[in-house]
Design a protein around this ligand. Structure first.
Ligand code: NAD
Length: 513
């Protein structure tokens, strides 16, 4: 795909190479600072966007508060209708937006389109959910009393998102937040601002078509300082933050200090256990996709494999052969398996991590490097690495957001592998490759994986929107997307109604006056 072809798709999304828009157009934007977006695919500058100033931040909050007053009075199924329209608009723009995601973030076109499909899927899910925001009813201990609980909107939901899922994570949050009656303010990654702007333009049109305030969906463009503003702002009822554990600790501390609500989706250090009872063909396919897909820049990327010593040589041999087949190059060319890292800083960090891993005692099986030459001019392309390491090495205990896979051998029973897998600070995704029921059930039991996601005979990477997504420990404990994750976006109220002529007190207390 040529740059001219890409520009055509950008123009279909209303994106020009000098953008100044936010939620309400240029009038609220200070021209003080701008953000430039470069593609890691070819190093081209895609566009420049104005950053939100602190004055415009306050105006955005005010507009969002006003929009919420109207939005919360609209019945949930009617709010669902708006989300349905948004899903339809995404269907129309799927190709254009998928290409922008691939070009600005550097993931494969197929994954870029897949990300837009996830947005469409969560819209469909949210539309159904808009008729099912159920609370329980309870039997009162008092005669002629009725008890039930109901859920109300929170108000403003702040969404801070990471570069690696530049559009889907926002949609997971907004589709649910909107049907729950909230308005949203999005602080996307400063590395993928144009994807955010394109989404904002799509929803703004839908809201406009329905004569609804555009501030139901607001956008802040700029760096971490805007995320900090949201975290510290008592007017923002919930801050849903996706990104590194470092960022999550900062957001959690600020939000907790004002007793606000936070929903945290942070870093992972995901492992696949391969036991002697594994179907190795299955394991290898899941493993290679999990380790090098999105160039190792998924929160669910497979970072460690814990392999039984009896099959170690076989796994290493087959894995090395598979890595030799990998084609690395433009993610817009579907023949390539792996595209670039997000920027040169990430590529340099990858190389320094490899050096540090060796210093700590890890042994390279496949060595990684920065690729140069034709097609690699952006200097963001790297080759993936496989190192044999010990789980307790400090470097193995941290998340390296790049295609570096550690092999950790284990001996004896599967309990030993599970202990290794749990012995890291993060707890996002995990998987076991085994056809032995005793092993797989143990892995899924309370004595098994301590992660938010535990898979059997599939890899660690990727998830369906129907399940609640998130992880434990330093991954932050939040749950987004499917199942009952919507409850995080609402406040619960318990109601007791007395339809008798008496006023009996609870717990049988007598209070005669
Ligand atoms: P990052 O933490 O550098 O940035 C994420 C977002 O947080 C950006 O919008 C950034 O501007 C903002 N930010 C940074 N510091 C902040 C602060 N102190 N206060 C408020 N906002 C702040 O992360 P990244 O490099 O963009 O993304 C990669 C990370 O995201 C990885 O750790 C990955 O595992 C994680 N991630 C997790 C999930 C999940 O669901 N668990 C999903 C995607 C990505």
């Amino acid at each position: 795909m040529t740059y001219t072809q890409i520009q055509k798709h950008l123009s279909n999304l209303g994106i020009s190479d000098s953008e100044h828009g936010t939620a309400f157009g240029s009038s609220f934007i200070s021209e003080k600072t701008t953000l430039s977006s470069f593609s890691p695919v070819d190093g081209n500058q895609i566009g420049t966007i104005s950053c939100t100033s602190s004055e415009s931040y306050d105006q955005i909050i005010q507009k969002a508060q006003e929009a919420h007053i109207q939005w919360r009075t609209i019945p949930a199924p009617k709010r669902g209708d708006i989300v349905r329209e948004f899903g339809m608009a995404l269907r129309e723009k799927k190709q254009d937006l998928g290409i922008l995601v691939a070009y600005e973030m550097g993931k494969s076109l197929q994954e870029g389109l897949g990300e837009v499909q996830e947005m469409i899927d969560i819209c469909d899910f949210a539309v159904g959910l808009s008729r099912q925001l159920h609370g329980f009813t309870m039997h009162s201990e008092r005669p002629q009393h009725r008890m039930y609980e109901q859920y109300h909107p929170l108000g403003i939901v702040g969404i801070i998102s990471a570069f690696n899922f530049p559009v889907a994570v926002w949609a997971w949050n907004t589709a649910l937040a909107w049907i729950c009656g909230n308005v949203t303010i999005w602080k996307p990654s400063e590395k993928t601002p144009l994807c955010a702007l394109a989404c904002q333009k799509i929803i703004a049109q839908v809201l406009d078509n329905n004569n609804l305030p555009k501030a139901i969906s607001c956008l802040l463009t700029g760096g971490a300082e805007l995320g900090k503003l949201l975290a510290n702002d008592t007017r923002v009822a919930l801050v849903s933050a996706t990104g590194s554990t470092r960022m999550g600790k900062s957001v959690a501390t600020s939000v907790a200090a004002r007793l606000g609500k936070s929903l945290l989706e942070l870093g992972g250090n995901n492992a696949m256990i391969i036991t002697p009872h594994a179907n190795l063909q299955l394991a290898l396919t899941g493993l290679v996709f999990g380790a090098v897909g999105t160039a190792g820049q998924r929160c669910t990327t497979t970072r460690r494999i814990i392999v039984h010593e009896s099959i170690l040589d076989d796994v290493v041999h087959k894995l090395t052969l598979a890595y030799q087949q990998l084609k690395i190059g433009s993610p817009l060319n579907e023949k390539n398996h792996m595209g670039p890292l997000i920027d040169t800083e990430a590529a340099n960090h990858y190389i320094s991590t490899l050096t540090e891993a060796k210093k700590q005692g890890a042994t390279p099986i496949v060595e990684g490097k920065i690729l140069t030459g034709k097609g690699y001019e952006s200097r963001c392309y790297v080759s993936p690495a496989i190192y044999v390491a010990k789980n307790e090495f400090p470097i193995v205990q941290t998340e390296t957001f790049a295609p570096l896979l550690y092999i950790i051998p284990y001996s004896g029973d599967v309990d030993n592998a599970i202990a290794i897998q749990n012995n890291v600070p993060q707890g996002l995704s995990s998987s076991i490759m085994s056809e032995n029921l005793r092993e797989t059930e143990l892995f899924l039991s309370a004595l098994g994986s301590d992660c938010g996601i535990a898979n059997v005979n599939i890899g660690t990477s990727g998830a369906e929107i129907g399940g609640a997504f998130g992880g434990e420990k330093e991954t932050g404990g939040g749950r987004e997307s499917g199942s009952d994750a919507w409850k995080a976006y609402m406040r619960r109220q318990t109601n007791t109604i007395n339809y008798s002529t008496e006023l009996p007190l609870a717990q049988g207390i007598k209070f005669n006056i």
